[in-house]
Design a protein around this ligand. Structure first.
Ligand code: SF4
Length: 88
C-alpha cells in the first residue's frame, strides 16, 4: 500500500502542487499543502506535482504490511477496512 505525504516542515506553501493536482493536494488551515486523497497515486498529475515541488516536500511512501485484509463488512461498496488510520 502506498501513501502520499506532504512534509509540512519542508513545504513553503507555493501552491504548485495544488495548481497541478487539485485531486490530491489542497491547502490546510496552516496555509501549507496537504494530501487530500490516497486514490489514483499512479496518475501523471501526482508525478508532475512531485517533480514540480521546489522543496521536495512531497513523497509517496511504501507502507506495505499495514494494509489489513478486507473483512467484507463493506458489502460490495468501497472497502473501508483501512480507513481507521486516516480517521484517527
Ligand atoms: S509544491 Fe511543495 S512547497 Fe509548494 S505547496 Fe506543494 S508541497 Fe508545498
Amino acid at each position: 500500500m502506498k501513501k502520499l505525504n506532504v512534509n509540512k516542515e519542508a513545504c513553503i506553501g507555493c501552491g504548485a502542487c495544488v495548481a497541478i493536482d487539485s485531486e490530491h493536494f489542497d491547502f490546510g488551515d496552516d496555509g501549507l499543502s496537504e494530501a487530500i486523497s490516497q486514490e489514483n497515486l499512479d496518475s501523471e498529475n501526482v508525478a508532475n506535482a512531485i517533480s514540480s515541488c521546489p522543496t521536495n516536500a512531497i513523497s509517496i511512501a511504501d507502507v506495505e504490511g499495514e494494509e489489513k485484509e478486507c473483512c467484507s463488512c463493506c458489502e460490495g461498496k468501497e472497502c473501508c477496512c483501512n480507513d481507521e488510520e486516516e480517521a484517527a
